[in-house]
Design a protein around this ligand. Sequence first.
Ligand code: ATP
Ligand code: MG
Length: 602
Amino acid sequence: MAYATIHKQPQDWRVSPNLGAGPDARAGFTWDVARSWLDGLPDGGLNIAHEAVDRHAAGPLADHVAIRWLGKGGEREDLTYADLRRRTNRFARVLEGLGLRRGEVVFALAGRVPDLYVAALGTVKAGCVFCPLFSAFGPEPVRQRLAIGEGRVLLTTRTAYARKVAALRPSLPHLEHVLLIDVGPDDATPEGTVSLAALMASASDEYTIAPTDPETPALLHFTSGTTGTPKGAVHVHDAVVMHHATGRFALDLHPDDVFWCTADPGWVTGTSYGIITPLTHGVTSIVDEADFDAERWYRILRDEHVTVWYTAPTAVRRLMRLGDELAREVDLSALRFVASVGEPLNPEAVIWGVTALGLPIHDNWWQTETGGIMIANTIAADIKPGSMGRPLPGVEAAVVRRGPQGVPRDRPVELVTQPGAEGELVLRPGWPSMFRGYLHDDERYRRCFVDGWYLTGDLATQDADGFFWFLGRADDVIKSSGHLIGPFEVESALLEHPAVAEAGVIGKPDPLAGEIVKAFVVLARGFTPDATLERELIGFGRSRLGAAVAPRELTFVEDLPHTRSGKIMRRLLRSMAKGEEVTQDTSTLENPAILDQLKQGI
Ligand code: ATP
Ligand code: MG
């Protein structure tokens, strides 16, 4: 079913959009213009923390709330820009006191607590590199990443240290300092650790930011591990130019906004948009320590008067599963813009936003490697539900032809110009937040670039109006009887059936067709998995997609394997469908017990 375009009208927005809909809105934009929106360091150079914190702390925003922290148990803490300046200064001093040199890596393994945010910004102030780890990682993923990143400092909690790190210490020769955030300044600490509070108490809150420049490394981010072993992407201070510009264009941030990015800083979205972007705009950023909980989330949106909300399709689908009533009962009148990233946003979900939240959800696309939003549905532009939108100002995206081995390397790339034709999504390098390398893997980095383009590994089409449509990751695409089928298209079609809460679609090897389309389906509440429903869903798929694209096989499951950042791990479904033992990297798998459940169900 094709969804009607959502036409935007000026009465749809309450403030004048930063990016208008007409072609003039983009005229004259260059990255140098975007640089001019920032201050730069007083002695030249560029530092993320100066743009995010110090420049506001020195001006009229000093007493404005920068971070409003909501604790799991109902606690709250407001940090103004001036508070944040002092605390990040102290943290930078602490690192200095520990003898950390520029470029050395500071890791954090902690939940969303104020010290995590202070450490991130304090680390980049000191010219060191910050690497956040997702707090629910087990010992092995933590060890792997600490080892690859040669982390010298780790900020964590007493429990996480005891459970996940203490026993591994001998295998982590680079790790010299473990700072515990949840022990008082005078408390005894386990051997090999110190109290962060004690160090902070004796550090000065005056600090002159290290002389970093746009190319100084600032952040290390591991990818989500959806398609394989996570890769460490290195980002530099210049990324802040992109963070700020996309906050303006894609998220439409205005000075009075209350912004909530629900992503954890363990993933690039939670750092780029959960820490840096809102602060560079001087707005109030909500940080919620707790995990997803529909009622709590609606309450936060209402009580904190969130105006701009950036979330993920997996969360939207969970809210959808609970029905519209819950959303409609809540006063969401402050909310004026909603965006989502991380996975394709099913057209159903865009429309659900309109009916349940009163606003469409704006999908946007980017990756750990791009460091910031590249393609987006923006506030003033019409939305074609199911499309990722159009490239932001300064971003050049295209679709190029692939061969059986991907994009050929021995000749110039061939742009796909016919609207709707499939190929790999590529970007013209030169945007400020592009990753500058995969840690210890130069060869892999080099292979990402062909003939002046960055290859994203995602397949897409572009329509005649310039909108990009996601087909799937190159690794996930199904090749069945000569057709190239994107799992997203099939999953979205199944999702239109009221019984389907979530679907994961893969290619299962088949001697005749090469692969057949197989769907794993999680049912909505109140539906029973039986042969009748299976037949009905297969028939439904055929009527929507045609026999060549619709699933030939369908299995009901209680849940799908997701990464901790909420993405469906189709590679695990593929192994299961082949009857293989899973030997791949599962360090980012959210619910490892799912593998046993799936084995039994298949
Ligand atoms: P890995 O590279 O380790 O397999 P990953 O690619 O999932 O993990 P991320 O960098 O967190 O790690 O995710 C970026 C990817 O997420 C994109 O390349 C794309 O496949 C998918 N993605 C992000 N946003 C969207 C979107 N709006 N629509 C469709 N897919 C999206
Ligand atoms: Mg990737």
